[in-house]
Design a protein around this ligand. Structure first.
Ligand code: ADE
Ligand code: ZN
Length: 357
């Protein structure tokens, strides 16, 4: 079958997003707007904060993960009340709707807000309002994944997890799992073994960033010491064939973020990502936007398009990527069945279109 309009085909696929930091959806325009509303003084000694245009331009020139994180943490300092968190998440959901996302599992970084005096209840109220609205108005289901910042001491992460408000929120089912993010190289997964054991004891789902800038060994360590079910990024897996076979055999899904890897210089082009290697080895992966507002405003569809342009996946391969994303989601079986039905209808429809072309 020849599909002449792959963009429309990719929009129509029922997509699941598993790797999107809500704070990474903060556009320069909303950043300046909230800074003005909340009287937040942005760094006067950095010309990047002179205007929306200057900041957007600086975002096109990150030299590494840490260079990006510097701006990411300054950016989120403008989020103060529940309506700010709601506006941020709602902005993301509107992009997600346009791109054909049916289900989104969204990271957030409470430690970065709690230390500024913003309460867990404030963050949660804002995100919950946007999630409810996304479900009823846009038909997008979502879950939250509470991320811990690995550049902070493990004891700090454990204390945050034990925080009364966080535990109460957990009791009310407000988030489904935990993740580990921020600066990778100096902070290997095994430092957080105790945090992950605590989360596992509370029946939370487990994932962690590994193998983004760090070596494949960090992926092995996250699997062994943190007992994660998914790996966020994981592109360095391709450097270790034995580990790659193990990951494929165990059905561990990687949440790959093509444009993020390009903008943070983990690869020099999207064509250098091991997408074909993973497909050939039977490694499951989903495609995601990570921090779209910081990475050229490339939301999930652009990531799908870029992978298509670089690797020319067949319709069957796209169907497999989509199916793996649905099956690897942390949503109910009935939601998965609804998405699998939609996938089948989409594939059938496009096969007919292709036959007629
Ligand atoms: N790509 C990324 N890697 C690590 N931590 C992050 N926090 C937000 N985006 C991140
Ligand atoms: Zn990430």
């Amino acid at each position: 079958m020849a599909i002449t309009d792959f963009r429309s085909f990719l929009i129509a696929l029922p997509k699941c997003e598993h790797h999107m930091h809500l704070e990474g959806a903060l556009s320069p325009a909303i950043l300046f707007q909230l800074a003005a509303k909340n009287n937040i003084i942005l760094p006067a000694d950095d010309a990047a904060f002179a205007s929306t245009e200057a900041l957007s331009k600086r975002y096109n020139d990150f030299s590494s993960l840490d260079d990006f994180l510097h701006y990411y943490y300054i950016g989120m300092s403008v989020l103060i009340d529940a309506s700010d968190f709601e506006a941020l998440a709602w902005d993301y959901f509107q992009h997600a709707r346009q791109d054909g996302v049916m289900h989104a599992e969204l990271f957030f970084d409470p430690q970065a807000h709690l230390e500024r005096g913003v309460t867990f209840a404030t963050i949660q109220a804002g995100f919950e309002a946007a999630r409810r609205r996304a479900n009823s108005e846009l038909g997008i289901s979502s879950e939250l994944i509470c991320c811990f910042l690995r550049h902070l001491p493990a004891a700090h992460c454990e204390a945050t997890f034990a925080h009364e408000e966080l535990q109460a929120s957990l009791g009310q089912g407000h988030f489904i799992g935990i993740g580990l993010d921020s600066s990778e190289l100096a902070f290997p997964p095994e430092l957080f073994k105790s945090l992950y054991a605590d989360a596992k004891a509370r029946s939370l789902r487990l994932t962690a960033h590994a193998g983004e800038e760090g070596p494949a060994e960090y992926i092995a360590n996250a699997l062994e010491h943190l007992e994660v079910e998914r790996i966020d990024h994981g592109i360095r897996l391709a450097t270790d064939a034995a580990l790659m076979s193990k990951v494929a055999e165990r059905g561990i899904m990687l949440t790959v973020c093509p444009y993020s890897n390009l903008y943070l210089r983990c690869v020099t082009s999207i064509g250098d990502l091991p997408i074909r290697t993973f497909l050939d080895a039977g490694v499951k992966f989903s495609l995601n936007s990570d921090d779209p507002a910081y990475f050229g405003n490339h939301y999930i569809l652009d990531n799908y398009m870029a992978v298509h342009e670089a690797f020319a996946l067949s319709v069957d391969e796209w169907a497999l990527v989509c199916e793996n994303g649905i099956r690897g989601s942390w949503c109910s079986d009935s939601r998965k069945d609804a998405m699998l039905d939609r996938l089948q209808q989409t594939i059938d429809h496009w096969r007919n279109e292709g036959d007629q072309a």
